[in-house]
Design a protein around this ligand. Structure first.
Ligand code: 2P0
Length: 315
């Protein structure tokens, strides 16, 4: 028996950074994201040849505490036999490109089919969130939310309903030195900006939902850039500080701001890593990709669209 699932990373426009106290891995801030196409985690599940789980990531045998914790969590609710997990990313792993989001969305989707759990989308999103908060949003394609009152991720718009493009500027392919989970804990405990970050994000979230409903690109651009910069302000004001940016990251920010000031429909966002994602309307994508590729320190660019939610490939 073999099951293969695929899921795409998602990029938050209104960001999740910080957790509520208690169980369930509930975020402290509501988030809105876009799921990408092209970049993907592909996860194949087979029966384990022995009594242990086996994990292979990008072709190498791995011990991954978050994947083990995910299996333990699911086994509290369901009978799941020992499994062999073989997962590949077609993009850099743990480098600020949301590989944990696509990875866990694919894993939950594969386990659901492998063990015959028959989970609804909501349930897959809840288990994905408990494994890794951002993964809940990759259960869905297009625009998705993770917010109050129940903190279950939900779809907002299909990819076709507002087909944005994203130019990703890769400035450093190394794995990040601080994981998001540890980084959030550090920010919660030490950043003087943490409380205003949480309270202002609740307002940004509501405003972003309205901008998306109205297809108001400029409003969404303002809110998204502000959310990104506030989150990085929290990261940089934590102790120890987290400075995920490389020099080329800042060069890309300036380039995007200049293009936007000249009237191109584009805005930037950056996650817990040094890569810049320039979100744009289709008419701007070629000029944005050319401009970012020319920046010193940009190693490569990748242009993607909005993609579908986590799904099975074959059983
Ligand atoms: C986001 N990030 O909303 C934000 C922006 C990173 C920066 O969600 O601890 O890997 O596994 O729930 O989901 C990364 O956090 O953290 C993240 P856990 P996760 O996309």
């Amino acid at each position: 028996m073999s099951v293969t699932a695929i899921a795409h990373p998602n990029i938050a426009l209104i960001k999740y950074w910080g957790k509520q106290a208690g169980d369930g891995n509930l975020p402290a801030t509501p988030s809105v994201s876009i799921t990408l196409d092209d970049l993907a985690s592909t996860t194949r599940l087979t029966s384990s040849p022995d009594a242990d789980d086996h994990i292979t990531l990008n072709g190498e045998s791995a011990i991954d505490p978050k994947i083990s914790a995910c299996l333990t969590m699911l086994r509290r609710d369901f009978g799941i036999p020992p499994v062999s997990i073989d997962s590949d990313n077609n993009f850099p792993t743990a480098a600020g490109l949301a590989s944990s989001a696509s990875g866990f969305a694919a894993l939950i989707t594969a386990i659901d089919a492998f063990a015959g759990l028959n989970l609804q989308d909501d349930d897959r999103a809840v288990y994905a969130r408990r494994a890794s908060g951002s993964a809940a949003r990759s259960i869905y394609g297009g625009f998705a939310t993770l917010g109050p009152p129940d903190w279950v991720a939900r779809p907002v718009l299909t990819p076709e309903a507002w087909p944005l493009n994203v130019v990703i500027a890769i400035t450093d392919e190394n794995r990040k030195s601080v994981s998001s989970s540890l980084g959030m804990k550090t920010s919660e405990e030490t950043s003087p900006y943490y409380e205003p970050w949480v309270s202002s994000t609740a307002r940004d979230y509501e405003a972003a939902l309205k901008a998306i409903a109205d297809r108001d690109f400029e409003r969404l651009a303002d809110l998204s850039e502000s959310s990104c910069l506030k989150m990085h302000g929290v990261m940089q004001s934590s102790q120890p500080p987290m400075i995920y940016w490389r020099p080329a990251t800042l060069s890309c920010i300036h380039a995007v701001r200049e293009m936007r000031a000249r009237g191109l429909p584009v805005f930037f966002t950056i996650d817990a890593g040094p890569q810049v994602k320039a979100v744009c309307l289709p008419e701007a994508v070629d000029r944005v990709a050319d401009a970012l590729a020319d920046i010193t320190g940009v190693l490569s660019t990748r242009t993607v669209g909005l993609g579908a939610g986590a799904r099975l490939l074959e059983t």
